[in-house]
Design a protein around this ligand. Structure first.
Ligand code: GLN
Length: 196
C-alpha cells in the first residue's frame, strides 16, 4: 500500500489522515523535508493559505515541495491547499508564497466575506453529485489548457463556478471533502497515487 502524507503545518490534518486510512492507505504527517521525501502522495489541507505559505518557507519545505511537484508527486489540495497549488492567486496578500503547479487562477475568499461557510451540491464530471462544505473558500476563476475541470457548483448564486480541478497528478477542491463522510474524492486521489 502507498504512504500518503498530509502537510501538517496548519489546518485540518487529522480528518484527512482518518479518511485516507479508511481508504486503505498509510497516512503520515509531513512537517520536514525528509518526511516529504518518503511519501508517495501528499494532501495539502485547508487552513489559511498565507500562514501555510509562511510556515512552509520557515520549515524549509517550499522548495522541496516545488521540486517534488515538478518531479510528478501526486498532490491533492483542499481549500487553502487549492490556493497553494495554484500558479496564480487573486486577492492574495503581498508576497504570498504558494507551491504552484496547476495552471489556474484562483480567487481567495471568492464566495464573499458575508458568507463564511455554506453547503452546496457540486456536480463532478466523473463522480456525479457531491454534497460539499465550503469555508471561506476560493473558486477557480480561470484554467489553462492542460487543467481539467472536475466539478462545478450545481445551483444557487454561484452556479457554474469551478470548484474542483485536475492537472496530471495534481488535483484540488475548493471545498472540504474530509468533512462530509463521503470518501469518493479521496478514493479518486488514492487511485491516482496508485497509478503513479
Ligand atoms: N480563506 C482561506 C485562505 O485564503 C482558505 C480557507 C480554508 O482553507 N478553509 O487560505
Amino acid at each position: 500500500q502507498p504512504t500518503i502524507g498530509v502537510l501538517a503545518l496548519q489546518g485540518d490534518v487529522r480528518e484527512h489522515a482518518r479518511i485516507l486510512r479508511a481508504c486503505g492507505v498509510k497516512a503520515v504527517s509531513v512537517r520536514r523535508p525528509e518526511e516529504l521525501m518518503a511519501v508517495h502522495g501528499l494532501v495539502v489541507p485547508g487552513g489559511e493559505s498565507t500562514t501555510m505559505g509562511t510556515l512552509a518557507a520557515a520549515f524549509d519545505l517550499l522548495e522541496p515541495l516545488r521540486k517534488r511537484v515538478a518531479d510528478g508527486l501526486p498532490v491533492f489540495g483542499t481549500c487553502a491547499g487549492m490556493i497553494m497549488l495554484a500558479d496564480r492567486v487573486l486577492d492574495g496578500v503581498e508576497g504570498q508564497e504558494t507551491i504552484g503547479g496547476i495552471d489556474m487562477t484562483v480567487r481567495r475568499n471568492a464566495f464573499g466575506r458575508q458568507v463564511d461557510s455554506f453547503e452546496a451540491t457540486v456536480s463532478f464530471t466523473d463522480l456525479g453529485a457531491f454534497h460539499a462544505v465550503f469555508i471561506r473558500a476560493p473558486w477557480v476563476e480561470e484554467v489553462g489548457e492542460s487543467c481539467q475541470v472536475l466539478a462545478r457548483v450545481a445551483s444557487g448564486p454561484a452556479a457554474g463556478r469551478i470548484v474542483a480541478v485536475r492537472q496530471g497528478r495534481l488535483m484540488a477542491t475548493a471545498f472540504h471533502p474530509e468533512l462530509t463522510g463521503d470518501h469518493r474524492v479521496h478514493e479518486y486521489f488514492v487511485t491516482l497515487v496508485k497509478e503513479a
